[in-house]
Design a protein around this ligand. Structure first.
Ligand SMILES: [Fe+2]
Length: 165
């Protein structure tokens, strides 16, 4: 497992849940900017939410969701969650200063979606995935270091010089 950048020092689920908190907090800043009808603050905070949200959903889909979806018990539910990721992107892009309804649509959907993951899918993963599954999840989950950093994965045995940190 990657030990170069420290982002694997917590299990992938812990990382996703911590990212949910960051996304919710940034969304609160966006809501305040929308309610204040402050165009500069909306532009800034909306970009911040997008920069957190997109790498996060890509990381979930690339590793954990892909592995879990192979179990037919979870296939449909994972497809629903992936569809919600797309809707969240669209609804975030609709948010503009002063549009409280568009803001509420995004934030309500975001909170509901995160609740499904934190209190549904993640606990289900903890009881249903085996050791080999977790190794695969960790090896195939893209890292997210923040805006501007490309998503990348690390596999066991990958030469150190393949990392561009
Ligand atoms: Fe998530």
């Amino acid at each position: 497992m990657c030990s170069y950048c420290g982002c694997d020092s917590i299990e992938v689920i812990g990382r996703f849940m911590a990212e949910h908190v960051e996304i919710i907090n940034a969304t609160g800043e966006l809501r305040r900017a929308v309610h204040a009808s402050d165009p500069h603050a909306v532009e800034h905070t909306k970009a911040k939410v997008a920069e957190l949200l997109w790498p996060h959903t890509q990381a979930e889909e690339g590793g954990l969701f892909r592995v879990m979806a192979r179990d037919e018990v979870f296939t449909d539910h994972i497809a629903t969650l992936c569809g919600e990721h797309r809707s969240l992107d669209e609804w975030l892009s609709d948010v503009v200063p002063g549009d409280l309804a568009a803001m509420a649509r995004f934030e309500d959907a975001l909170r509901e979606h995160i609740d499904k993951e934190d209190n549904g899918l993640f606990p289900a993963a903890a009881v249903s995935l085996g050791g080999d599954d977790w190794i695969e999840v960790h090896e195939t989950t893209p890292h997210s270091h923040g805006p501007g950093e490309p998503l990348h994965t690390h596999a066991h045995g990958e030469p150190v010089n393949a990392h561009r940190h």
